[in-house]
Ligand binder design. Sequence first.
Ligand code: GLU
Length: 509
Amino acid sequence: MFVRVRYAPSPTGSPHVGNIRTALFCHFFARHHDGVMFVRIEDTDRARTVPGVEEEILESIRWAGIEWQEGPDKGGPFAPYKQSERQAQGIYQPYIDELLNSGNAYKAFDTPEELDEMRQYQQINKKPFGYFGGVWRDASAETVASAEAEGKRPVIRLKMPRGKMLVVNDAIRGRVEFESDLVDDPVLIKADGMPTYHFAAMVDDHLMGTTHIIRGEEWISSAPKHVWLFEAFGWNPPVFVHVPVIKGKDGAKLSKRHGDTRMLDYRAAGYIPDALANFITLIGWAPGGDREIMSMEEIASAFRLEGLQPSPGVFDADKLKWMNGNYIRALSPSELISTVSAYVSNPEVAAYFSSEEHKDDAVVSGVALLRSAFAERPDYVHQVLPLEQERVTTLAEFGPACAFFFVDEVDFDEKATEKWFVGQAHVGPLFDHLIAGLTGKNAASHEECKAMVQEFVDKNGLEKLGPAVHPTRVALTGKTAGPGLFELMEVLGPARMIKRLQRAKGMLK
Ligand code: GLU
């Protein structure tokens, strides 16, 4: 199958998970068929265009691992790929002239007050909303000419057919029928001469050879207008693929409440792009079987439109964390180092965790500690990171989890010291035993550390390792949970351990 798909965002706000999912579907579909994906920026609504968002869109899809072959940043055989530039080149003009000449479009001179009045009338009388022709759809050439002579500026509307069944062939839903009498006449060209989305997008889809329009389900009600535009021109329409909406676990439309929605926030929050791409692709698409963790290659080879579900996809933030943890654990030692090092040197991270919404001082300070440690003692960081790799679910968690390795004095968790530093007669002698064993050593392997603790347990008839392991962990890390004690002891090294054990000794009651 020959495939040319377009990702056609309007730069009106930061791209969110739903937008990126559409882009991912385009990417995987094109890749599966050795086709082409292109990016087209739909910026004809100048009032709603937000500066900087176009760059953010490209950055977001690039970060998600999406590959496109043509676009505003790359050029291509159908350049320009930005509708404002296409409009400035006069690309749309002949097509609107053609529709006016064939009687499929008409000029409408309604004033804003008249349109308001129409809306009120429809509301009060419970009529379908929209512009169904007014006085202009069938106005005579003379009436139009005299309005123009008065200097009024019209919009140009599409003349939807009446009394007809419009059929949209949707790859997910099959044949979807719309009664044309219920479809209003959309504006194609605004009074300022700019084409609307409906017009520019469909003309471009024809000119750019789009074979499949993959987009959000919210566009399905516009699809009969689009199908009719193709018919009015005598062009073959592409296949429509309206992908299901995304809901939260509570069944409500996805919003901030369910987690971040802005794509690049996930980068700041410590997600691995492949994990996020894997997770997002599975919202509303199923590969068949119970496969969940899939590489970009595996998804591309499994990606068929038949796997898209008509029912809403569910966004499950816990599942995303679980998946991200899996991807972190799968990083090779060198990938782990480069990934964490890039993460902690990204200024977005501190900004994100300092914002009111995501405030987390432990992450901000932990990330700063890691950043300076990478610069000052890289070998030590390289030893530390693998110890936490098994335990974290986001890159942000490395900061707070590893902080105890880098501080001069650990922060003690009060509950931990209460439990292990108060009224435990064996703990003082235990710390002395360890200090004596470590003194004069440059290094202590985890086997040696374990032997030292075991020796104390045996000599003192403690039955289990626990009563020796727990207080030692609190003395060295300040916490009751963390990586394996003997492994972390090996990495901390004798000098740091002796200092920490001595300080802890002074706290025993
Ligand atoms: N420009 C539209 C948007 O950003 C895309 C609609 C379409 O894909 O046809 O939502």
